[in-house]
Design a protein around this ligand. Structure first.
Ligand code: PAF
Length: 510
């Protein structure tokens, strides 16, 4: 494809008509560094869309004339960098082009007060209004499928996500983690203004934040006043340092698993921001739903794609049922069951097929637990209070450090009520019966006729959702996905998009 530079906004429409492809859009203000390069290469590697980089120093988002006048301008080099790294087109409009005088189509927007009442919003009056105005204008002109933004400007990212949502734009926002220089400071176009001494100060600030993040994993708390005192002693001029909820930007609460520690410091004339996400444990995805909703297949694929541990709680209940049958235990007698549960060990191990095997007391039972015999008793056994209590404790133990995706029926409600993302996966009985029938791993089901399978599924749903302990119900904060009309990959991609939207990319780096 011929690489083009577009300098007039009216040329965009024509260009768009000719490309015959969706657009990835990477907005910038120029003076491109490795952070921008990462945005461009991420877009290029994500899909086969056309990549458009815009370079426009937006006067509306500068609250300081000096800052605007001194903003570094390196246009020739920016063009070279963009094309070399995967841009197919570069938009370099003039201010008059973006904000034509007397053009009623230009809407001057206001960023939402909830998201501008903290961090940079407090001191940079009008800054986020300017960002919203220019990005909305550019999105309307370019009409991209995907918008690529850096997490370095986390507050800007939240505000622009909100803009896309409230304006009902059909655009996916993809973020990349903060890119840091060799000495740990976040890459920023304004870094060129730093003197040696100023760079030393920001280095100390950034390394402090990274150290706090590391220690937080053990200590699970911070003392903001102490941190501020330590930074001030190093003569660091702090504009703000706040510990907040990463999405609402309200004060962080004790129960928040992921929180944001963000600060801005002044180095001479330059103002620099940096942040870290503090995590008590790695994120957890809870996927609940009835039998045959596609949970297992979907959960396994998500675990692989996001490099998370796969916790198949259904396999744990099935394994226990298998052993109870094998050892012929009369589980209705409480004492028998208590003695039995004392010596149970359930372990998951990856196998050579890149799947995982389940072992109960050293028996590999991956295949056997899928029989109709086990299917017919597992719901009853999993409704026994002692069994439930025992396995929920085991599951929580496995999930203590997070970093997993768990599937079951009570994950979001009972096992991990604080999971970062809760999905309730379901499908019509008809569809679920069809899936069971064609499930190659479930030989018994292939021999049962469709109507009987439907009845069995209905019976199982009834048992699961009416049992006294941990019934199958959708958690209040779970997102329901009805999978009838979607392929497995579509469901997986949807859940991964939801995950990426909730969990900063920076916390996903292993
Ligand atoms: O992050 C930036 O560089 C700017 O705020 C943006 C998104 C290009 C809007 O001018």
């Amino acid at each position: 494809m011929k690489k083009v530079i577009i300098r007039k906004t009216e040329e965009i429409e024509n260009w768009r008509r000719n490309i015959n492809s969706e657009i990835n859009f990477i907005p910038t203000m120029g003076n491109l560094h490795n952070g921008h390069i990462k945005l461009i290469t991420t877009a290029k590697n994500d899909n086969s869309n056309v990549n458009l980089v815009s370079i426009f120093i937006n006067p509306l988002q500068f609250d300081n004339k000096f800052d605007l006048e001194n903003y570094p301008k390196t246009i020739e080099n920016d063009i070279k960098i963009s094309f070399e790294n995967g841009a197919d087109a570069i938009l370099i409009p003039s201010t008059e082009d973006i904000y034509p005088t007397n053009n009623k189509n230009v809407k001057f927007l206001k960023a939402p007060i909830e998201l501008t009442s903290a961090l940079c919003g407090l001191n940079r009056i009008g800054h986020f209004d300017g960002v919203c105005t220019v990005v909305y204008r550019l999105l309307n002109l370019i009409k991209p499928k995907n918008l690529y933004l850096g997490e370095k400007d986390w507050q800007q990212l939240l505000i622009l996500k909100n803009l896309v949502l409230t304006k009902k734009l059909n655009i996916a926002i993809k973020s990349i983690p903060t890119q840091r220089d060799f000495d740990g400071i976040p890459l920023s176009s304004r870094n060129v203004h730093l003197s040696k001494n100023e760079r030393k100060l920001i280095r100390f600030f950034s390394s402090e934040l990274l150290e706090i993040k590391k220690n937080f994993q053990q200590e699970k708390k911070i003392n903001l006043q102490e941190i501020i005192k330590k930074l001030s002693e190093k003569k660091i001029s702090i504009e703000y340092l706040e510990h907040l909820h990463p999405h609402t930007l309200q004060k962080a609460r004790l129960e928040d698993n992921i929180s944001l520690l963000a600060g801005a410091i002044r180095c001479g004339e330059t103002r620099l921001i940096d942040h870290v996400f503090l995590m008590k444990r790695k994120p957890i995805i809870a996927i609940d739903g009835p039998a045959g909703s596609g949970k297992s297949t979907v959960t396994k694929l998500i675990a692989k794609k996001l490099k998370l541990l796969y916790l198949d709680t259904g396999a744990m209940y099935r394994s226990l049922s298998w052993l109870l049958l094998k050892e012929n235990i009369d589980y209705k007698k409480e004492k028998n069951l208590q003695n039995f549960l004392k010596d149970i060990s359930i372990v998951f191990k990856s196998n050579t097929n890149l799947n995982q095997d389940v072992f109960i007391n050293n028996h590999c039972v991956t295949q056997e637990i899928r029989s109709q015999e086990i299917s017919s008793i597992v719901s009853k056994i999993s409704s026994i209070k002692e069994v439930r209590k025992f396995l929920v404790e085991e599951q929580r133990r496995i999930g203590e450090t997070g970093g997993l995706v768990a599937e079951g029926r009570d994950i979001g409600t009972t096992v991990f009520p604080n999971a970062e993302l809760k999905i309730f996966l379901t499908a019509s009985i008809e569809e679920r019966a069809k899936r069971r029938k064609s499930d190659k791993n479930c030989k018994d089901s292939q021999e049962i006729d469709l109507n009987t399978l439907k009845e069995l599924i209905e019976k199982r749903d009834f048992e699961d959702s009416t049992r006294e302990i941990s019934p199958l119900i959708k958690a209040n904060d779970a997102i329901e996905i009805i999978t009838d009309k979607y392929s497995i990959n579509e469901v997986v991609d949807k859940i991964i998009d939801l995950y990426n939207d909730k969990i900063p990319k920076e916390t996903q780096i292993q």
